[in-house]
Design a binder for this molecule. Structure first.
Ligand code: CUA
Length: 119
């Protein structure tokens, strides 16, 4: 009887530990790595949660690109040979197009993607 009680307490503690670790993980920034090259972002379809901090980590595989998402009010240059971090907290839900805003050659106009912000 006593060992059953101890086992129950141990299991309860274990479950509480898992729940609290998940709660901490939820509060942390979500890091999304994105590569840019003529004329694609990968991934180019990003989903994030409203109110949750996001860090976009860009790496250009060839030359200078840009990243502009007017609907969310964020932009950055993406120079080659380095990681460019762009932090933001989405404040509204919806689907917001982004595009390259540094001319990078014939095909530049098609260098696009979307960020979807969910509740
Ligand atoms: Cu990449 Cu313009």
């Amino acid at each position: 009887m006593k060992s059953q009680k101890i086992r129950f307490i141990a299991v309860a503690c274990f479950i509480m530990m898992i729940v609290s670790v998940e709660a901490i993980a939820d509060d942390a920034e979500k890091v999304i790595q994105i590569t840019a090259k003529r004329f694609v972002y990968s991934p180019n379809d990003i989903t994030v949660k409203k109110g949750m901090p996001v860090v976009l980590e860009f790496t250009s595989l060839d030359r200078l690109h840009g990243f502009s998402c007017p609907g969310l009010g964020i932009r950055s240059d993406i120079p080659p040979q380095k990681v460019t971090r762009l932090r933001f907290v989405p404040q509204k839900t919806g689907t917001f197009p982004f595009h390259c805003d540094n001319f990078c050659g014939s095909g530049h106009e098609g260098m696009t993607g979307t960020i979807t912000v969910t509740e």
